[in-house]
Ligand binder design. Sequence first.
Ligand SMILES: Nc1ncnc2c1ncn2[C@@H]1O[C@H](COP(=O)(O)OP(=O)(O)OP(=O)(O)O)[C@@H](O)[C@H]1O
Ligand SMILES: [Mg+2]
Length: 383
Amino acid sequence: MADANKTSNLESFGLIGDSEAFHQMMESIRQVAPTQITVLIQGESGTGKEVVARTLHKLSQRNSKPLLTVNCGAIPEGILESELFGHEKGAFTGAVDSRKGYFELAHEGTLFLDEIGEMPLNTQVKLLRVLEEQDFMRVGGNQMVKVDVRVIAATNRDLEGAVNRGEFRKDLFYRLNAVRIHVPSLRERKSDIRDLTLHFADEICRINHIQFHGFTREAFSAMEDYDWPGNIRELRNVVERILILEKGEKADGAMVQRHLKRIGFVVDPALPMIINKSSDQSERELIYRALLDIRIALEDLKTLMISYRPRQIEQYPVAHPADHDGTGINTNQEVVDFTIKNIEKRTIQSALLAHKGNKRKTAKALGIGERTLYRKLKEYDLE
Ligand SMILES: Nc1ncnc2c1ncn2[C@@H]1O[C@H](COP(=O)(O)OP(=O)(O)OP(=O)(O)O)[C@@H](O)[C@H]1O
Ligand SMILES: [Mg+2]
């Protein structure tokens, strides 16, 4: 009975699982959640780090106060510091007013620093100080601001490796690493695949009003034989594809295999025409398929870019926030390049690396023709 209560509690946090790896993780969560300790959540992409962060906050005494999330990898380096610590009027071009940063906004609550491995070194110095002293200065300010914030950080990078390469500060790493929660990959908790699949199937049926006829035993075996590089997020996407594209038909092993083998980048140009339906309805279905494909492709691309990190990209020159004056050039004459062309070049580099230089696969993965790829390789001097 007590166990049943525990399980339903976890489900209310969006956490499904009964494997040993899952219970070990839950045990750590229960132990550290009520404390003030800074926690580092580590796990591959799509394993549930954000859900874990939310659970830590909900199980803490800060749960009536805000939980704010900052994705350190998504905010351009030049503005991350002022986003986190706020700024005073006139601190840099464009700072027409003084503004509170996330640390002040999260006062008495929790700040979740996602993708902490992407935080620039100079911002790391300031973060370490807040963790130790609970105070900081706004950008362009000259007064210490005191806050009471619990920090939870997450990363899918090997931070130890980043420390060895000089990309992450050792002192901050030790400070964060004091309490580390490992979120297991789906490969480490294959016995949870069945429950997770049924949970997602329920949810997807509810949202899309689908009558689903269930999975065969072979369907589950096929899922358990697969490696799930994109973890739980990938599992959810596969279940969604099967339910929607197969219109609720009973899912057997072959059907699951078909959807697992699919390369998630290209919107299928040979979409079957749906007959016996009004043109409106068919059109809606086709649009839905295309949107679903695009969404999955974006997630695949994110996973790919995270797992295959060419060194040139890691060391890409970026501006120092303190020097940011709107020109994109800092005192070291390094250039911030957010142009579409540069992003395209970097995407092609990543895809090439992911496919070990195979041009045909790279072009397919990028959803462009091989000839276009060759043209772009020449244009960007990537040969
Ligand atoms: N234990 C779980 N039970 C049910 N659903 C889960 C569980 N863990 C994660 N999920 C679901 O899996 C998906 C991915 O989770 P989440 O966004 O937390 O992963 P993440 O590790 O933060 O990924 P990323 O590194 O890409 O940011 C979400 O839809 C989430 O609701
Ligand atoms: Mg996340």
